[in-house]
Design a protein around this ligand. Structure first.
Ligand code: GLC
Ligand code: CA
Length: 533
């Protein structure tokens, strides 16, 4: 891993949620052929690598994060042949594919669990955590206890997520071997990397009473990716390490563990008290958190991941900035701020169009197990139905899981059938077709932004130096490499007079049409990128 981690900064990764990307057979569910059909679109945007959310056999209790067979494709998504064709078509376009590996748990339909629950002495009996009595009071991330009594076996098993997602017992060496084989199976098929779902949970800290960061975590990650066969892979952990030393222990090149980790603080602390409760919108918090991470990652020579959106949160734009009159300015400001930093950029489907959250009044318009469980828990706790509905509208994961709006036509051109989930409430207004026809195209801006990043080595490989002060309500930073330098300015909510460095030269990118020599104040969410003389 030593040498190649810096090169990942030349990539642009695009996260696809296959269920909602594009449906090719009219059953209302996006499929692998739908991803293949849109590869030229992604190439045109400037995408280098595609992270595909889980597409493996699954009963879909948690939309594919409950896997019943790691070596086969979900029926609704197509066939194994479709997967091979998708990989081949990605390679043909000189792009990479990153699969979603779910090592912490399987579906209860997985053969291992089907066998495991049968008795205390079968070849799979120790693949999961079984206890006569719950050994602690751990809670499931999807509400309720994390322990479930299982009739056939007469014991309790651990599920950190849904009841139908039993946690694998990595302390059993057979489980480690199974997971290595699964990784190798996909590597042999040409996969270039893995996004590793809740990887911090694969070793449990029973003694310290924490269902994550257990004593063998590093050993297990190393067993997966510290091998010769996997050294070239791009591996990104969904891991809740928030201390730089812990991050280093996962990602420093000589550890042979992961290429990088997601850092969620900027996303968690912007415009919300917690997942379900808003606070005022602003961008300064995100700027400060990202600035600190940039410096720390740079000092330690590790790779920072640059992103604001994923399938587990409402769109960042919705919480951070103006989603009405200044939606174009807001979306382009956020992407400039984040994607021109030092690290590997990762964009989520629909973000390139400035997609926003939805609002619905009926639970029928929601699908996600997390939101539905939360709704019921809130009602039981005395919250009124209206308030509970507001909370899941605000924080629910369905916001970013609604179908990609390709056109202004019926169902956004996503399907000719009935979409598996209600379309985003603003899709007639926010969709690719309408966007491309507008003078303020969010898509075209992103394309220009990524083209600029690609054309200027300094934006991929250069150092990051912040010039803004804590009190400033804007971001101002330099990227520098071998005497070359580029200055990035992103103004936030209010019109502001910003003192720029003397040596600023031509404007390389702007979202308000700012011209060279224009010294006027920066308007709300205005950005400009300058080459330095
Ligand atoms: C991760 C995934 C999320 C899933 C959970 C359980 O947090 O991103 O979508 O529900 O793990 O697998
Ligand atoms: Ca389909």
């Amino acid at each position: 891993m030593e040498e190649n981690f810096r090169n990942f900064r030349n990539w642009l990764i695009y996260q696809v949620y296959p269920r909602s990307f594009f449906d090719t057979n009219g059953d209302g569910i996006g499929d692998l052929n739908g991803v293949t059909a849109k590869l030229d679109y992604l190439k045109d945007l400037g995408v280098d690598a595609i992270w595909l959310c889980p597409c493996f056999k699954s009963p879909n209790v948690d939309n594919g994060y409950d896997i019943a067979d790691y070596r086969d494709i979900m029926d609704e998504f197509g066939t194994f042949e479709d997967a091979k064709r998708l990989i081949a078509e990605i390679k043909k376009r000189d792009m990479k594919i990153i699969m979603d590996l779910v090592p912490n748990h399987t579906s209860d339909q997985h053969e291992w669990f089907v066998e495991s629950r049968k008795s205390k002495d079968n070849p799979y009996s120790d693949y999961y955590y079984w206890f006569d009595q719950p050994p602690n009071d751990w809670k499931s991330s999807f509400c309720g206890s994390a322990w479930q009594y299982d009739e056939p076996r007469g014991q309790y098993y651990l599920h950190s997520y849904a009841v139908q997602q039993p946690d694998l017992n990595w302390d059993n060496p057979k489980v480690v071997k199974e997971m290595q084989d699964i990784v190798d199976f996909w590597v042999d098929l040409g996969v270039d990397g893995f996004r590793c779902d809740v990887i911090d949970r694969i070793s449990k800290d029973f003694e310290g009473n924490r269902n994550l960061f257990g004593p063998n975590l590093h050993k297990y990650i190393n067993a997966l990716f510290g091998r010769e066969k996997t050294a070239h892979l791009f591996t990104i952990g969904e891991c809740h390490a928030t201390d730089i030393d812990e991050i280093c222990r996962h990602t420093q090149a000589d550890r042979n563990e992961l290429t990088t980790l997601f850092q969620f603080n900027h996303l968690r602390q912007t415009g919300r008290i917690d997942k379900w409760n808003p606070k005022p919108k602003e961008l300064r918090t995100a700027r400060d958190i990202l600035t600190d991470w940039q410096i720390l990652h740079q000092e330690r020579d590790i790779l920072h991941t640059l992103f604001t959106d994923n399938h587990d949160n409402n769109f960042f734009l919705e919480r951070a900035a103006d989603v009405r009159e200044l939606r174009y300015e807001s979306a382009t400001c956020i992407s400039t701020l984040v994607f021109l930093m030092n690290g590997v950029p990762l964009i989520y489907q629909g973000q390139e169009l400035g997609c926003c959250g939805s609002h619905y009044d009926s639970l029928d318009d929601f699908n996600d197990i997390e939101s539905i469980n939360m709704y019921h828990e809130l009602i039981e706790g005395g919250t009124t139905p209206d308030e509970a509905m507001e909370k899941i509208n605000f924080g629910g994961r369905d916001n970013t899981r609604r179908p990609m709006p390709w056109t202004a036509g019926e169902n956004g051109g996503f399907t000719t059938g009935k979409p598996w989930i209600t379309m985003a409430s603003r899709y007639k207004e926010i969709n690719l077709e309408t966007d491309l026809a507008s003078d303020k195209s969010v898509f075209k801006f992103h394309k220009a932004l990524f083209a600029l990043r690609k054309a200027e080595e300094v934006l991929c490989q250069g150092t990051f130096t912040p010039l803004h002060k804590a009190k400033d309500n804007f971001a101002l930073y330099l990227r520098e490499l071998d005497g070359r330098s580029i200055c990035v300015v992103c103004n936030f909510e209010e019109t502001t007079k910003i003192d720029l460095p003397e040596a600023k030269g031509e404007i390389l990118l702007s979202n308000y049409g700012r011209r060279d020599g224009d010294e006027s104040e920066f308007r709300p969410y205005e950005i400009a990128v300058y080459r330095m003389k």
